[in-house]
Design a protein around this ligand. Sequence first.
Ligand SMILES: NC(=O)c1ccc[n+]([C@@H]2O[C@H](COP(=O)([O-])OP(=O)(O)OC[C@H]3O[C@@H](n4cnc5c(N)ncnc54)[C@H](O)[C@@H]3O)[C@@H](O)[C@H]2O)c1
Length: 275
Amino acid sequence: MGLFDGKKGVVFGIANERSIAWAITQQLFAQGAEIGFTHLPDKDPERPKNANKVKKLVEPLGAKFVVPCDVQKDEDLDAVFAKITEQFGKIDFVLHSIAFAPPADLTQEVYKCSRAGFSLSMDISVYSLIAMCGRAKAIMNPGGSILTLTYLGGEKVIPGYNLMGLCKSALESSVEYIASEMGADGVRVNALSAGPVRTISASGVGDFKKMLTLYETFSPLRRNITEEEVGKSGMFLLSDMSGGITGETLHVDCGYHVMGGPPLDAFGNKAEASE
Ligand SMILES: NC(=O)c1ccc[n+]([C@@H]2O[C@H](COP(=O)([O-])OP(=O)(O)OC[C@H]3O[C@@H](n4cnc5c(N)ncnc54)[C@H](O)[C@@H]3O)[C@@H](O)[C@H]2O)c1
Protein backbone atom coordinates (compact mmCIF):
# COMPACT_ATOMS: atom_id res chain seq x y z
CA MET A 1 0.00 0.00 0.00
CA GLY A 2 1.48 3.34 -1.04
CA LEU A 3 0.59 6.75 0.41
CA PHE A 4 -0.34 7.88 -3.11
CA ASP A 5 -2.30 4.85 -4.29
CA GLY A 6 -5.19 6.22 -6.39
CA LYS A 7 -3.81 9.78 -6.22
CA LYS A 8 -3.12 11.83 -9.34
CA GLY A 9 -1.22 15.02 -9.92
CA VAL A 10 1.13 17.13 -11.98
CA VAL A 11 4.78 18.09 -11.58
CA PHE A 12 6.20 21.32 -13.03
CA GLY A 13 9.96 21.88 -12.93
CA ILE A 14 12.06 18.86 -13.85
CA ALA A 15 15.00 19.99 -15.99
CA ASN A 16 17.31 17.02 -15.41
CA GLU A 17 18.28 14.32 -12.90
CA ARG A 18 19.58 16.94 -10.44
CA SER A 19 16.29 18.87 -10.24
CA ILE A 20 14.56 18.98 -6.86
CA ALA A 21 11.31 18.17 -8.68
CA TRP A 22 12.89 14.90 -9.80
CA ALA A 23 13.91 14.03 -6.23
CA ILE A 24 10.30 14.55 -5.10
CA THR A 25 8.90 12.74 -8.17
CA GLN A 26 10.86 9.57 -7.38
CA GLN A 27 9.29 9.48 -3.90
CA LEU A 28 5.81 10.12 -5.33
CA PHE A 29 6.18 7.26 -7.82
CA ALA A 30 7.50 4.98 -5.06
CA GLN A 31 4.26 5.66 -3.16
CA GLY A 32 2.03 4.80 -6.12
CA ALA A 33 1.17 8.24 -7.57
CA GLU A 34 -0.08 8.74 -11.14
CA ILE A 35 1.71 11.79 -12.53
CA GLY A 36 1.77 14.06 -15.57
CA PHE A 37 4.78 16.28 -16.27
CA THR A 38 5.74 19.46 -18.07
CA HIS A 39 9.04 20.56 -19.56
CA LEU A 40 10.40 23.88 -20.75
CA PRO A 41 9.46 24.17 -24.45
CA ASP A 42 12.26 23.45 -26.93
CA LYS A 43 13.29 26.21 -29.33
CA ASP A 44 14.27 23.75 -32.06
CA PRO A 45 11.58 21.07 -32.60
CA GLU A 46 14.19 19.04 -34.53
CA ARG A 47 16.32 18.81 -31.38
CA PRO A 48 13.87 18.53 -28.43
CA LYS A 49 16.56 18.48 -25.73
CA ASN A 50 14.35 19.62 -22.84
CA ALA A 51 11.56 17.20 -23.69
CA ASN A 52 13.99 14.31 -24.09
CA LYS A 53 15.71 14.94 -20.76
CA VAL A 54 12.42 14.84 -18.87
CA LYS A 55 10.98 11.90 -20.84
CA LYS A 56 14.13 9.84 -20.28
CA LEU A 57 13.63 10.18 -16.52
CA VAL A 58 9.87 9.89 -16.09
CA GLU A 59 8.65 7.60 -18.87
CA PRO A 60 10.34 4.45 -17.48
CA LEU A 61 8.47 5.11 -14.22
CA GLY A 62 5.09 5.35 -15.94
CA ALA A 63 4.48 9.09 -16.56
CA LYS A 64 0.90 9.64 -17.74
CA PHE A 65 1.93 12.51 -20.05
CA VAL A 66 4.84 14.88 -20.72
CA VAL A 67 3.88 18.21 -22.31
CA PRO A 68 5.63 21.54 -22.91
CA CYS A 69 4.86 24.57 -20.75
CA ASP A 70 6.39 28.02 -20.55
CA VAL A 71 4.83 29.41 -17.37
CA GLN A 72 5.04 32.93 -18.80
CA LYS A 73 2.39 31.98 -21.37
CA ASP A 74 -1.25 31.76 -20.32
CA GLU A 75 -2.02 29.65 -23.38
CA ASP A 76 0.59 27.07 -22.31
CA LEU A 77 -0.84 26.88 -18.79
CA ASP A 78 -4.38 26.60 -20.20
CA ALA A 79 -3.26 23.74 -22.47
CA VAL A 80 -1.56 21.89 -19.60
CA PHE A 81 -4.62 22.15 -17.36
CA ALA A 82 -6.86 21.03 -20.24
CA LYS A 83 -4.56 18.00 -20.64
CA ILE A 84 -4.67 17.31 -16.88
CA THR A 85 -8.48 17.44 -16.90
CA GLU A 86 -8.71 15.22 -19.99
CA GLN A 87 -6.29 12.68 -18.52
CA PHE A 88 -7.30 12.63 -14.86
CA GLY A 89 -10.54 14.59 -14.35
CA LYS A 90 -9.80 15.67 -10.79
CA ILE A 91 -6.33 15.76 -9.21
CA ASP A 92 -4.85 15.50 -5.73
CA PHE A 93 -1.55 17.37 -5.98
CA VAL A 94 0.44 19.99 -7.85
CA LEU A 95 4.21 20.42 -7.48
CA HIS A 96 5.56 23.83 -8.53
CA SER A 97 9.36 23.72 -8.63
CA ILE A 98 10.19 26.64 -10.91
CA ALA A 99 12.33 29.75 -10.65
CA PHE A 100 14.35 31.97 -12.93
CA ALA A 101 16.12 35.34 -12.85
CA PRO A 102 18.29 36.78 -15.64
CA PRO A 103 21.94 36.26 -14.61
CA ALA A 104 22.78 39.94 -15.25
CA ASP A 105 20.16 41.00 -12.68
CA LEU A 106 20.70 38.12 -10.25
CA THR A 107 24.43 38.65 -9.87
CA GLN A 108 24.15 42.40 -9.21
CA GLU A 109 23.26 44.20 -6.01
CA VAL A 110 19.46 44.30 -5.64
CA TYR A 111 19.44 48.10 -6.04
CA LYS A 112 20.99 47.69 -9.51
CA CYS A 113 18.33 45.27 -10.75
CA SER A 114 16.56 46.33 -13.97
CA ARG A 115 12.81 46.85 -14.22
CA ALA A 116 12.59 44.19 -16.95
CA GLY A 117 14.68 41.70 -14.94
CA PHE A 118 12.56 42.25 -11.85
CA SER A 119 9.30 41.69 -13.78
CA LEU A 120 10.58 38.61 -15.55
CA SER A 121 11.89 37.02 -12.34
CA MET A 122 8.68 37.70 -10.43
CA ASP A 123 6.58 36.47 -13.35
CA ILE A 124 8.39 33.11 -13.67
CA SER A 125 9.23 32.53 -10.00
CA VAL A 126 6.08 33.85 -8.27
CA TYR A 127 3.17 34.60 -10.59
CA SER A 128 3.48 31.10 -12.07
CA LEU A 129 2.38 29.62 -8.73
CA ILE A 130 -0.58 32.02 -8.55
CA ALA A 131 -1.55 31.18 -12.14
CA MET A 132 -1.36 27.44 -11.43
CA CYS A 133 -3.41 27.66 -8.24
CA GLY A 134 -6.12 29.62 -10.04
CA ARG A 135 -6.36 26.94 -12.71
CA ALA A 136 -6.02 24.02 -10.28
CA LYS A 137 -8.77 25.21 -7.91
CA ALA A 138 -11.65 23.82 -9.97
CA ILE A 139 -10.09 20.38 -10.40
CA MET A 140 -8.50 19.71 -6.99
CA ASN A 141 -10.10 17.02 -4.86
CA PRO A 142 -10.82 17.98 -1.24
CA GLY A 143 -7.69 17.00 0.72
CA GLY A 144 -5.54 18.08 -2.24
CA SER A 145 -2.13 19.63 -1.77
CA ILE A 146 -0.10 22.21 -3.68
CA LEU A 147 3.61 22.58 -2.97
CA THR A 148 6.24 25.09 -4.06
CA LEU A 149 9.98 25.34 -3.41
CA THR A 150 11.58 28.26 -1.62
CA TYR A 151 14.80 29.26 0.11
CA LEU A 152 15.82 31.02 3.33
CA GLY A 153 17.02 33.98 1.25
CA GLY A 154 13.34 35.02 1.12
CA GLU A 155 13.27 35.49 4.91
CA LYS A 156 16.79 36.69 5.70
CA VAL A 157 19.54 38.34 3.70
CA ILE A 158 21.74 35.67 2.14
CA PRO A 159 24.45 37.59 0.26
CA GLY A 160 24.49 36.47 -3.38
CA TYR A 161 20.85 35.37 -3.37
CA ASN A 162 19.87 38.96 -4.23
CA LEU A 163 16.86 39.35 -6.53
CA MET A 164 15.77 35.74 -5.99
CA GLY A 165 15.39 36.56 -2.28
CA LEU A 166 12.74 39.14 -3.18
CA CYS A 167 10.99 36.55 -5.35
CA LYS A 168 11.00 33.97 -2.55
CA SER A 169 9.53 36.51 -0.08
CA ALA A 170 6.70 37.16 -2.51
CA LEU A 171 6.31 33.43 -3.16
CA GLU A 172 6.02 32.62 0.55
CA SER A 173 3.49 35.41 1.01
CA SER A 174 1.51 34.03 -1.95
CA VAL A 175 1.50 30.61 -0.29
CA GLU A 176 -0.03 32.10 2.88
CA TYR A 177 -2.71 34.10 1.06
CA ILE A 178 -3.68 31.29 -1.30
CA ALA A 179 -3.70 28.77 1.56
CA SER A 180 -6.24 30.99 3.34
CA GLU A 181 -8.31 31.26 0.16
CA MET A 182 -8.28 27.60 -0.90
CA GLY A 183 -8.58 26.13 2.59
CA ALA A 184 -12.37 26.29 2.41
CA ASP A 185 -12.20 23.80 -0.49
CA GLY A 186 -10.06 21.50 1.65
CA VAL A 187 -6.99 22.28 -0.45
CA ARG A 188 -3.63 22.93 1.24
CA VAL A 189 -0.79 25.12 -0.05
CA ASN A 190 2.72 24.93 1.40
CA ALA A 191 6.33 25.75 0.65
CA LEU A 192 9.41 23.61 1.25
CA SER A 193 12.46 25.72 2.06
CA ALA A 194 15.40 23.59 0.98
CA GLY A 195 19.04 23.97 1.90
CA PRO A 196 21.51 24.13 -1.00
CA VAL A 197 21.23 21.33 -3.57
CA ARG A 198 23.53 21.27 -6.61
CA THR A 199 21.15 21.93 -9.54
CA ILE A 200 21.18 24.10 -12.69
CA SER A 201 19.31 26.88 -10.87
CA ALA A 202 21.64 26.75 -7.87
CA SER A 203 24.67 27.29 -10.10
CA GLY A 204 23.38 30.79 -10.90
CA VAL A 205 23.20 31.88 -7.26
CA GLY A 206 26.30 33.18 -5.46
CA ASP A 207 29.30 30.97 -4.75
CA PHE A 208 27.69 27.54 -4.42
CA LYS A 209 30.77 25.81 -2.98
CA LYS A 210 30.91 28.39 -0.19
CA MET A 211 27.22 27.81 0.51
CA LEU A 212 27.82 24.09 0.98
CA THR A 213 30.71 24.78 3.37
CA LEU A 214 28.60 27.31 5.26
CA TYR A 215 25.89 24.74 5.92
CA GLU A 216 28.42 22.07 6.88
CA THR A 217 29.95 24.47 9.38
CA PHE A 218 26.95 26.35 10.77
CA SER A 219 23.93 24.06 10.62
CA PRO A 220 22.91 22.13 13.75
CA LEU A 221 23.43 18.83 11.89
CA ARG A 222 26.84 20.07 10.54
CA ARG A 223 26.12 18.79 7.03
CA ASN A 224 24.15 19.50 3.90
CA ILE A 225 20.80 17.96 3.07
CA THR A 226 20.56 15.07 0.64
CA GLU A 227 18.34 15.02 -2.44
CA GLU A 228 16.53 12.06 -0.91
CA GLU A 229 15.68 14.08 2.20
CA VAL A 230 14.18 16.90 0.13
CA GLY A 231 12.35 14.30 -1.94
CA LYS A 232 10.81 12.61 1.07
CA SER A 233 9.82 15.87 2.78
CA GLY A 234 8.27 17.13 -0.45
CA MET A 235 6.33 13.89 -0.80
CA PHE A 236 5.20 14.25 2.84
CA LEU A 237 3.84 17.77 2.23
CA LEU A 238 1.94 16.53 -0.84
CA SER A 239 0.54 13.53 1.03
CA ASP A 240 -2.30 13.03 3.53
CA MET A 241 0.39 12.60 6.21
CA SER A 242 0.64 16.42 6.34
CA GLY A 243 -3.17 16.81 6.37
CA GLY A 244 -3.23 19.51 9.09
CA ILE A 245 -0.47 21.64 7.57
CA THR A 246 -1.21 24.58 5.28
CA GLY A 247 0.22 28.06 4.64
CA GLU A 248 3.49 26.68 6.03
CA THR A 249 7.10 27.04 4.99
CA LEU A 250 8.85 23.86 6.10
CA HIS A 251 12.63 24.16 6.34
CA VAL A 252 14.52 21.12 5.12
CA ASP A 253 17.98 22.52 5.71
CA CYS A 254 19.64 20.52 8.51
CA GLY A 255 18.35 23.24 10.87
CA TYR A 256 20.47 26.05 9.40
CA HIS A 257 17.61 28.56 9.64
CA VAL A 258 17.49 28.51 13.47
CA MET A 259 21.09 29.66 13.90
CA GLY A 260 21.70 33.30 14.85
CA GLY A 261 25.48 32.88 15.14
CA PRO A 262 28.16 30.27 14.46
CA PRO A 263 28.20 27.10 16.55
CA LEU A 264 30.99 27.03 19.12
CA ASP A 265 32.93 24.45 17.14
CA ALA A 266 32.59 26.42 13.90
CA PHE A 267 36.12 27.67 13.30
CA GLY A 268 38.07 24.60 14.35
CA ASN A 269 37.50 25.25 18.07
CA LYS A 270 36.11 21.80 18.81
CA ALA A 271 38.10 21.44 22.07
CA GLU A 272 36.85 24.78 23.36
CA ALA A 273 33.26 23.85 22.50
CA SER A 274 33.30 20.66 24.53
CA GLU A 275 34.92 22.18 27.69
N1 LIG B 1 18.88 24.02 -5.65
C1 LIG B 1 18.80 24.66 -4.50
O1 LIG B 1 19.79 24.80 -3.75
C2 LIG B 1 17.46 25.21 -4.07
C3 LIG B 1 17.28 25.54 -2.71
C4 LIG B 1 16.06 26.05 -2.30
C5 LIG B 1 15.04 26.23 -3.24
N2 LIG B 1 15.25 25.90 -4.56
C6 LIG B 1 14.14 26.10 -5.50
O2 LIG B 1 13.77 24.85 -6.05
C7 LIG B 1 13.06 25.09 -7.27
C8 LIG B 1 13.61 24.15 -8.33
O3 LIG B 1 14.94 24.49 -8.64
P1 LIG B 1 16.11 23.42 -8.80
O4 LIG B 1 17.18 23.81 -7.84
O5 LIG B 1 15.57 22.05 -8.79
O6 LIG B 1 16.71 23.79 -10.23
P2 LIG B 1 16.28 23.33 -11.71
O7 LIG B 1 17.03 24.26 -12.60
O8 LIG B 1 16.48 21.90 -11.88
O9 LIG B 1 14.71 23.65 -11.76
C9 LIG B 1 14.19 24.91 -12.13
C10 LIG B 1 13.10 24.63 -13.14
O10 LIG B 1 12.45 25.86 -13.53
C11 LIG B 1 12.08 25.67 -14.88
N3 LIG B 1 11.74 26.95 -15.53
C12 LIG B 1 12.48 28.09 -15.58
N4 LIG B 1 11.82 29.00 -16.32
C13 LIG B 1 10.65 28.43 -16.73
C14 LIG B 1 9.56 28.86 -17.53
N5 LIG B 1 9.51 30.09 -18.08
N6 LIG B 1 8.54 27.99 -17.74
C15 LIG B 1 8.56 26.75 -17.22
N7 LIG B 1 9.57 26.29 -16.47
C16 LIG B 1 10.60 27.11 -16.23
C17 LIG B 1 13.30 25.01 -15.50
O11 LIG B 1 12.99 24.44 -16.76
C18 LIG B 1 13.64 23.99 -14.43
O12 LIG B 1 12.95 22.78 -14.67
C19 LIG B 1 13.25 26.58 -7.58
O13 LIG B 1 12.11 27.28 -7.15
C20 LIG B 1 14.44 26.95 -6.72
O14 LIG B 1 14.48 28.31 -6.41
C21 LIG B 1 16.42 25.39 -4.97
